[in-house]
Design a protein around this ligand. Structure first.
Ligand code: ATR
Length: 272
């Protein structure tokens, strides 16, 4: 049977096996999907061992996405922009292709599941680390009027915006520079939520009917989701839908079949 896995460290908490098993059942694909604990300093060997044992592809999660990008023989343009790979695909010729489905997962959840209008909108992306970089290209391809990257360390946001300026209308700044600006959609890609915190964002920068979206998710509403509600957001969403959508795109890359994500998202909401 064709075999896939998610590799990360830690990996025990990953919902990917549950999601891909549901996709396989729904689409009648004969495959199994495992969890693989990656070892620090031995990631490449871990991947090679899995492929040698018949593995056909991998999802890659923290902290190995950059290592996977270096390992892949060639990468999609969105993975090159991200400098990170979350999907490895073993091709017929034995080479390893890298892709990154995080950004398209975010855009699909917003646009298709939630019916957000991204074209022409004013988007704020909070954070300038790997998570922010990972979603930038698909967000820009959704043709916002402008995309602002804001980060606690402003210089990192400025550098990231300058690096990717060829992709679209992009600007970078520190959080303190946001006062007086207005955004239709604020996306949290910082790690602040890990400590239950929200970045130090000025009040009143969310437009009336504006939306908030946290790339993180949890059984309880995240700190940023609650912050959005406190700012009167029309919708304040966590990243569970994105998680399922990025998985669906990986599944499509491997199997050539697009699963229906809605029942899987609903099931995860009911039974986390
Ligand atoms: P990831 O891969 O999750 O993006 P990362 O590359 O370490 O992790 O980036 C973490 C991001 O979260 C950075 O943008 C960081 O801001 P700095 O560059 O100023 O460090 C941001 N971050 C982490 N904790 C934060 C906090 N408490 N408030 C605001 N931003 C925070």
């Amino acid at each position: 049977m064709d075999r896939y896995a998610v590799i990360g460290n830690p990996v025990a908490h990953s919902k990917s096996p549950q999601i891909h098993t549901a996709f396989a059942r729904q689409t009648g694909q004969q495959m199994e999907y495992l969890r693989l604990l990656g070892e620090s300093g031995r990631f490449e060997q871990n991947v090679r061992d899995f492929l040698a044992a018949g593995g056909r592809g991998l999802n890659v999660t923290v902290p190995f996405k950059e290592a996977a990008w270096r390992l892949a023989d060639d990468c999609s343009s969105r993975a090159e922009t991200a400098g990170a790979v979350n999907t490895l695909i073993l091709l017929e010729d034995g080479s390893l292709r890298g892709d990154n489905t995080d950004g398209i997962g975010l855009v699909r959840d917003l646009r298709d599941n939630q019916e957000a209008i991204l074209r022409g909108s004013r988007i704020l992306l909070l954070g300038a680390g790997g998570a922010a970089r990972g979603v930038l290209q698909p967000l820009l391809e959704a043709a916002p009027a402008r995309l602002t990257i804001a980060n606690r360390t402003g210089s990192k946001a400025e550098r990231l915006a300058a690096d990717l300026s060829g992709l679209g209308a992009l600007q970078g700044c520190g959080l303190e520079r946001l006062a007086g600006m207005t955004f239709d959609l604020m996306i949290n890609a910082t790690a602040a939520g890990l400590g239950g915190e929200v970045p130090d964002i000025p009040d009143h920068i969310l437009a009336r009917n504006g939306w908030c979206y946290d790339l993180m998710y949890g059984d309880e509403p995240t700190a940023f989701v609650r912050w959005g509600e406190s700012q009167g957001a029309a919708r304040s969403l966590d990243g569970l839908g994105m998680l399922v959508e990025q998985a669906a795109e990986s599944f499509f890359l491997w199997r050539g079949v697009r699963p229906d994500t809605r029942p899987v998202i609903e099931d995860l909401r009911r039974r986390p």
